[in-house]
Design a protein around this ligand. Structure first.
Ligand code: PLP
Length: 276
């Protein structure tokens, strides 16, 4: 059993008790982050903390800890669990004595952190995916715990034997239910710009960082279904999977895997970086 953290206390995961006053329960009023680590290094820690603190500001969440205090708690929890490779989840929620939409305790917050063992993603079989309309709201750039459309869509994917859902809005591909998506056409990577329709993925940014280092051109420009289905590569990116190739969309098989593809190359660099 792993050790978790809740509001200043470390305890067995199973023993954490969340009070009814946590507005996550009634409203999903909270934000979260998910990151991975190896030994004493949390991979891209600064980037994850930066996104978390940006979201605190955007939603005006009460939180009295500094980045470095939060980082200390994360590292202490990693130490207590002692996993070599781990996946950390942390969430911040508002608090209120009763269920009332507009009022909450301005000086109280709930901070939950959980940890589990993490296995490095394999890169053998690509993902099979389905496309669904993106009926999410207009704040997809904020990593909130309101994940109902993503979760419903993921259940559809799972029931169809697929690993991801590709969302389409107004004729454009936005992102996936729990990853970002990019395509490669004529050696150029295309990926949706960072606006309110997508989560600004840390892995998406890291992919573009490595692309630049390798001299691979990219454009942060939305693409449509036809461009995607005929692309040289379709790539999904997320913290726990790094980069994964998409093999099929709605049962249509995509172009065959190329040796030394953009996805291959950047996956390997990320994998090495994580372990160093
Ligand atoms: N988009 C959505 C909707 C997600 O839920 C996630 C990850 O959870 C991502 C993109 C990828 O983000 P990151 O690379 O920061 O894990």
């Amino acid at each position: 059993m792993s050790i978790a953290y809740y509001n200043g206390e470390f305890s067995d995961y199973e023993k954490v008790r969340i009070p009814l006053s946590d507005r996550a329960i009634f409203f999903g009023d909270g934000i979260y982050e998910a990151c991975i680590g190896y030994k004493d290094k949390i991979y891209l820690e600064e980037e994850h903390l930066e996104r978390f603190f940006n979201n605190i500001q955007k939603l005006n969440m009460p939180f009295s800890k500094t980045k470095s205090q939060l980082s200390d708690i994360l590292h202490l929890l990693c130490e207590k669990n002692g996993y070599e490779k781990y996946f950390i989840y942390f969430q911040l929620t508002r608090n209120s004595p009763i269920r009332e939409h507009g009022s909450y305790l301005k000086d109280k917050f709930n901070l939950l952190i959980t940890l589990k063992e993490f296995s490095l993603p394999v890169y053998e079989n690509g993902f099979n995916t389905i496309c669904l309309p993106d009926n999410r709201y207009g704040m997809c750039n904020i990593k909130t715990i309101n994940l109902l459309p993503n979760v419903i869509a993921s259940i559809d994917a799972h029931d169809s034997g697929c690993q991801e859902v590709i969302f389409l809005k107004d004729g454009y591909v936005t992102e996936c239910a729990h990853s970002n998506i990019s395509i490669v056409r004529d050696s150029v990577i295309y990926t949706h710009p960072k606006d309110n329709r997508i989560l600004p993925g840390i892995t998406r940014d890291r992919m573009l960082y490595f692309a630049k280092k390798l001299g691979i051109k990219y454009q942060e420009k939305a693409f449509g279904y036809v461009e995607m289905i005929s692309a040289d590569e379709v790539i999904v990116s997320s913290t726990s999977k790094f980069l994964q190739r998409v093999d099929s969309i709605d049962s249509v098989k995509l172009k065959d895997k190329k040796e030394n593809s953009v996805c291959d190359k950047i996956f390997k660099l990320m994998y090495e970086e994580f372990l160093n």
